[in-house]
Design a binder for this molecule. Structure first.
Ligand SMILES: C[S@@+](CC[C@H](N)C(=O)[O-])C[C@H]1O[C@@H](n2cnc3c(N)ncnc32)[C@H](O)[C@@H]1O
Length: 235
C-alpha cells in the first residue's frame, strides 16, 4: 500500500475521531523531560494546553529534525517546538516559520485580520531562546511562497496560517510536497472551529482520499505516515 493509498476495501474513507491518549500512547523513544510554556487559559490565536502537549508528542513520534510552520503569530508554537527539538547540538536552521510583514492584498476570514495586525513588528517569543539561531523566519504571503526549494524536507508541518479556504488549500498542497519520507506528519489547527467552517469541510473532504485523524477535545487534525495510532479502549 502506497503512502497515499489508504482505501480500506470498498469502504469510503472519512476522518477518524480519536482520543488524545491514542496519540500519547504511541512509543517515541525520547527521554521523559519536555520544556513547556503554559498557554493562556483563553488565549486567542494560538494552541491550548492539551494541543501544545500533543504537538510535542507528534513531533517526537516522527523524530522531527526539520519543522515547518504556516503562521508564526507571536512565535509561541515556534518556541515550543524549538525548545523540544531532539538534538540541540546542531547549528543549521531547523524550524522554518512563515508569516506576513505586509497585509496588502491578503484576504482574511473572521478575526484573522486582527491577529495578523497584532504581530506586524512584534518581537516574537522564540527570539528569547538560546536556540533562536535554529529558526528561519520567512516573511512572505503563503500564496506566493515557493515550496519547491523545500521538497521532501520536513518531518513535521504545522498548518496554522490564514484560515480563508484558498489559503488553507494552498498551504495544504504545498505541505504534501514539502513532507519528507516516513515517519512524518502534517498537522492542521482549527479543525472544527465554528469560525472557519470551510476549513473543517475541506479537511473532511481531504480525509476521503488520505487518512486524517481528528483528536477529540482539540482542534487538531493530522495526517501521519510511518506510525500507527494506538487502539481505542473498549468500554
Ligand atoms: C492563528 S495565527 C498562528 C498561530 C501560531 N501558529 C501559534 O501556534 O502560535 C495565524 C497567523 O497567520 C498569519 N497569516 C495570515 N495570512 C497569511 C498569509 N497570507 N501568509 C502568511 N501568513 C499569514 C497571521 O499573520 C497570523 O500571525
Amino acid at each position: 500500500m502506497g503512502q497515499d493509498n489508504h482505501a480500506e476495501g470498498n469502504k469510503t474513507l472519512q476522518i477518524k475521531h480519536i482520543r488524545p491518549y491514542q496519540v500519547l500512547r504511541i512509543e517515541d523513544g525520547f527521554f521523559e523531560e519536555i520544556k513547556f510554556f503554559m498557554p493562556q487559559a483563553r488565549g486567542a490565536g494560538s494552541t491550548s494546553t492539551i494541543e501544545s502537549i500533543l504537538l510535542i508528542k507528534l513531533m517526537r513520534i516522527v523524530d522531527a529534525s526539520y519543522i515547518f510552520e504556516f503562521g508564526t503569530y507571536k512565535g509561541l508554537t515556534t518556541r515550543l517546538l524549538l525548545e523540544n527539538l531532539p538534538d540541540k547540538n546542531i547549528t543549521s536552521e531547523r524550524v522554518f516559520t512563515l508569516d506576513l510583514d505586509d497585509l496588502e492584498g491578503v484576504k482574511f476570514q473572521g478575526t484573522d485580520i486582527n491577529l495578523a495586525n497584532e504581530v506586524l513588528n512584534y518581537k516574537r517569543k522564540y527570539l528569547t531562546s538560546k536556540s533562536k539561531h535554529l529558526v528561519k523566519q520567512i516573511f512572505e504571503d503563503c500564496l506566493t511562497f515557493d515550496e519547491r526549494q523545500y521538497l521532501n524536507k520536513f518531518q513535521f508541518i504545522f498548518v496554522d496560517g490564514n484560515h480563508e479556504i484558498d489559503y488553507v488549500k494552498s498551504d495544504t498542497e504545498k505541505s504534501f510536497k514539502m513532507l519528507s519520507n516516513s515517519p512524518s506528519c502534517i498537522v492542521w489547527h482549527d479543525y472544527g472551529n465554528p469560525e472557519f467552517p470551510e476549513l473543517t469541510a475541506y479537511i473532511q473532504n481531504l480525509a476521503t482520499t488520505k487518512q486524517i485523524y481528528h483528536i477529540e477535545d482539540t482542534m487538531i487534525a493530522f495526517y501521519l505516515i510511518g506510525k500507527k495510532i494506538a487502539a481505542r479502549d473498549s468500554n
